[in-house]
Structure formats: structure tokens, C-alpha cells
Design a binder for this molecule. Structure first.
Ligand SMILES: Cc1cc2nc3c(=O)[nH]c(=O)nc-3n(C[C@H](O)[C@H](O)[C@H](O)COP(=O)(O)OP(=O)(O)OC[C@H]3O[C@@H](n4cnc5c(N)ncnc54)[C@H](O)[C@@H]3O)c2cc1C
Length: 427
């Protein structure tokens, strides 16, 4: 097996740094905690637990970062997936402010991890939100003001059409909001860096070790086809790849597929004419377009989703029209890489963090905002396992409803919902 075998081909695997191969689990082991899933949630939980002195085994069905964490857009926005104005309406100002503060801590956690473990993941600052429709005009100014006045966050600047176009060469954006303290990373390299840190902290990581079942006992017995782990605590961190391992949480999230492409290198001057920096960009569409420039001057562009098992046969062909809608000037540009991944969304787009029993914890459903939120979820789960549950309890207290129809009928409902939002986006 080569270091990157077992991963889907992507720009990220082609530029991966620091992958290590971990053997599959064989035989019976025991640990204080068994973490299931090797993405941001699982690795962050494992690393934080090991730093608190616990003996941790992490089981990953495929390779570390095989899931959404190693395939995603790399944009780390400020706040939660739900905007503060919506969160205030739903939960009131105080809880909205608490959520905002958690999200700021989550960003700080990412920066802190990159620095502490010297993770080579191309950490960049800044993010621009492009307002794509007339009905949202004024939204950027309103949000910048609310954040500055009520959230002590003076780092967002509202941009008019001309200022926005000067930064991103598209006619699609009518206004913009530039957040100078948002971040972006090479997500697979960040994931591999967390894994390296976890290994160095003593976490035993087993790859190609799919958990097939675990007992609802204390201690729990977690089983793969070739081995088992006996542990007083279990952390479920499988997100969109959960499958039918745990039906009690499966119905509260929906796995959806999202897709990305990487163009050939545009060369420095053409790349800079497209976007005037290495920050991330996303727009106000319900199915968000998101993009940024890579270190080697490619456009990394995400757009388009589907709501069934399986990806389109030709992902490049599926995503390219989304890119050309924003950047028709790129029609001569070749696509070098195309890939997809599965994320999990919840009904209200709030993360779903909680406990299934006193010894089984889970984090999932970050709804496209998982880099910082999942990393933070792993940390608060580790805090809760070790007896400090104050932040965990706040996160676990947010109501997450089941998808209508549960795991069987959630997809038809989602397709209808998406049709509605697609039409709304165009009006
Ligand atoms: C294309 C795409 C673009 C995205 N863009 C962004 C973005 O720009 N910004 C952002 O913040 N978020 C983004 N997201 C969302 C973000 O990637 C996820 O929210 C985040 O990675 C979730 O991390 P996780 O660790 O919970 O799950 P994952 O990274 O999916 O990890 C779950 C792991 O569990 C493993 N697993 C599953 N079942 C088992 C089992 N039975 N036994 C053992 N292991 C198991 C899987 O193999 C997988 O590796 C995007 C997602 C996708 C797919």
C-alpha cells in the first residue's frame, strides 16, 4: 500500500504532506476511550483526551481523513453555520452570543493546533461572502454592523458592487462582506497533522478498521471484523459516513454529497486577476458556491450537491457549469482534479452533539461548517468525558429534530426542499 492509497484522488491527496500508515486492529485491546471515526471530530476528541491523560484507541474504517475532513473546501468561517441574526430570532441574544463565542474559540483552536504541532496546512486569513441576489442587498452592511455592535467583532467590512468586483472578478456578486479574521486551510493536511499529534500523544490509531457493532454496556465492547476494543467510553465521530452503525442518531442528520474541482494552474497573474488574495470566497446561494486559490495558483471550486448514495459519473462535468456561471472567463481552463465527499446536515443546520447513554458520546451534522465546529465538538466531548461538561451541555441542549420520514423518507423530502430553495435562489 502506498501512503495515499485508499483515498479518493483529489487535489488534496496529490499535495498531501505527512501521511502515516496505521495498521488495522487485530485481536482484543482495551482503552479508556474508543473513538470511532478519523476526521476532525474523532481526531480532535482523541487528541484532547490523550492530552488529559487518557488512554485512547481510534478506529477508522478507511484511512485518516478519508471522509469529509480530507475532501472539503477548507473555508473556516466565523460564527456558526446559522447567521447570528437568525440565531437571535431562534434562541435569543444571549445564546446566540454564546454560540458566536464558541465559534471564535473554535477558530482559535484551529490556529492553536496549527502552531503547536507545526502543521503544514497552508493556513490563510480572510473570507469574502458574495451577495448574489437583489433581495439580499443591504444584508452585508446589516451583518457587519450587528457583529461590530453586539458581538465585539469589528473585522467584517461591507463592500459595494465595485469594491467586490475589484476583489473577485465575477459579475455575479452585487455586494460583498469581507471578514479579515476568517481562515482557510488545506483540510487533508490539517487532518493528517492532527493525526500525527494524536499519535505523538500516545493515541493508538488503527486504519482500515471498520466498526461493525458496539455493545450498549459499561464498559462497551467495540468490534471490527478482526478485533475488538473494551472501553468505558465510546465517542461516535462518523458524521455523514455513519451508515447504519447507530440508528439512534442517524435519523437526526442527512448525509448529502457535495463536489469540488481543481483547475490546472492558472499562473500567478491570471490567478490574482481572478481573486486578489488567497482568502476563501462563498456566496449566498442555498447550495453554496465556494472557492479559493491554491498555493500553486489553481482555482479550487466547490459547487453542486446530490441527495442519494453515489456520485455523478463525471464530477468535473457536473461542477464546471457552476464555476463558469461565476467565471465565464475560465472556459478554456482544464480541470485537473474532481472529487466529492459526504457531509451531514441537520434540519435547523445546528450541530448535533450529545450523549446516547452515560458512556456514549457523539458529534455530527455540522451542515457544511464543520472544520472549526467539528474540531471544537471533539474538544468539548473530551472535556465532558473527563468530567467538565459545561460547554458540552450548552451544545447538547440545542434542539435537533428528526428529519420527517426518518432515515427512509428523508431523501424525497430533501429533494423537494432543495427544489424550493433552488427556485427561491433564482427569483
Ligand atoms: C465537498 C465538501 C466540502 C466541504 N466544505 C467545507 C468547508 O469549506 N468548510 C467547512 O467548515 N466544512 C466543509 N465541509 C464539511 C466538513 O468537511 C465536515 O463537516 C467535517 O469534515 C466533518 O468532520 P467529521 O470528523 O465529523 O466527519 P468525517 O470527516 O466525514 O469523518 C468521519 C469518519 O468516520 C469514518 N467512519 C464511518 N463509519 C465508521 C465505522 N463504522 N468505523 C470506523 N470508522 C468509520 C469515516 O471513514 C470517516 O473517515 C465540506 C464537506 C464536503 C463533503
Amino acid at each position: 500500500m502506498t501512503l495515499m492509497s485508499g483515498y479518493p484522488e483529489s487535489y488534496y491527496t496529490a499535495t498531501a504532506v505527512g501521511a502515516r500508515e496505521c495498521a488495522p486492529l487485530e485481536g482484543a485491546r482495551s482503552a479508556d476511550v474508543c473513538v470511532i471515526g478519523g476526521g476532525f471530530t474523532g481526531l480532535s476528541a482523541a487528541l484532547n483526551l490523550a492530552e488529559r491523560g487518557l488512554d485512547v484507541v481510534l478506529l477508522e474504517a478507511e484511512r485518516i481523513g478519508f471522509g469529509a475532513s480530507g475532501r472539503c473546501g477548507g473555508l473556516i468561517g466565523s460564527g456558526q453555520r446559522m447567521e447570528v441574526t437568525d440565531a437571535e430570532k431562534m434562541f435569543g441574544f444571549e445564546r446566540s452570543r454564546l454560540l458566536w463565542d464558541f465559534a471564535e474559540e473554535a477558530k482559535a483552536e484551529i490556529k492553536g493546533r496549527v502552531e503547536k504541532h507545526d502543521i503544514p496546512c497552508d493556513l490563510q486569513r480572510g473570507q469574502l461572502l458574495g451577495i448574489h441576489k437583489k433581495g439580499y442587498l443591504g444584508h452585508a452592511r446589516e451583518l457587519a454592523d450587528v457583529l461590530a455592535e453586539r458581538y465585539d467583532y469589528p473585522f467584517c467590512a461591507a463592500l459595494n458592487a465595485e469594491e467586490t468586483r475589484a476583489r473577485v472578478a465575477t459579475n455575479d456578486f452585487l455586494e460583498g462582506l469581507y471578514d479579515s479574521e476568517a481562515l482557510s486551510i488545506h483540510p487533508l493536511n490539517f487532518t493528517l497533522g492532527l493525526a500525527r499529534a494524536a499519535l505523538e500523544q500516545g493515541v493508538r490509531i488503527y486504519e482500515n478498521s471498520r466498526v461493525i457493532k458496539y455493545s450498549h454496556t459499561d464498559p462497551a465492547i467495540v468490534e471490527t471484523d478482526k478485533g475488538s476494543v473494551k472501553a468505558p467510553f465510546v465517542v461516535l465521530a462518523c458524521n455523514g459516513y455513519l451508515g447504519d452503525l447507530e440508528p439512534r442518531v442517524a435519523g437526526k442528520m442527512m448525509p448529502i454529497n457535495n463536489f469540488m474541482i481543481a483547475t490546472e494552474s492558472l499562473g500567478e497573474s491570471r490567478a490574482r486577476a481572478l481573486i486578489d488574495g488567497r482568502y476563501g470566497v462563498h456566496d449566498t446561494r442555498f447550495v453554496v458556491d465556494y472557492f479559493r486559490l491554491s498555493e500553486d495558483h489553481r482555482l479550487l471550486f466547490g459547487g453542486g450537491e446530490n441527495y442519494r448514495a453515489g456520485f455523478p459519473r463525471d464530477i468535473a462535468r457536473f461542477v464546471r457549469p457552476y464555476m463558469l456561471k461565476l467565471f465565464p472567463q475560465l472556459k478554456d481552463v482544464a480541470i485537473d482534479y474532481a472529487w466529492g465527499g459526504t457531509l451531514a446536515v441537520t434540519v435547523n443546520r445546528m450541530p448535533h452533539i450529545g450523549k446516547l447513554s452515560p458512556n456514549v458520546f457523539f458529534g455530527q451534522g455540522y451542515s457544511g461548517h464543520g472544520i472549526s465546529t467539528a474540531t471544537f465538538a471533539g474538544k468539548v466531548i473530551a472535556e465532558a468525558v473527563t468530567g467538565t461538561a459545561s460547554r458540552f451541555d450548552v451544545m447538547a441542549d440545542f434542539p435537533i429534530h428528526r428529519f420527517p420520514g426518518g432515515t427512509l423518507l428523508r431523501y424525497p423530502g430533501m429533494v423537494l426542499g432543495m427544489l424550493y430553495y433552488t427556485i427561491r435562489d433564482r427569483l
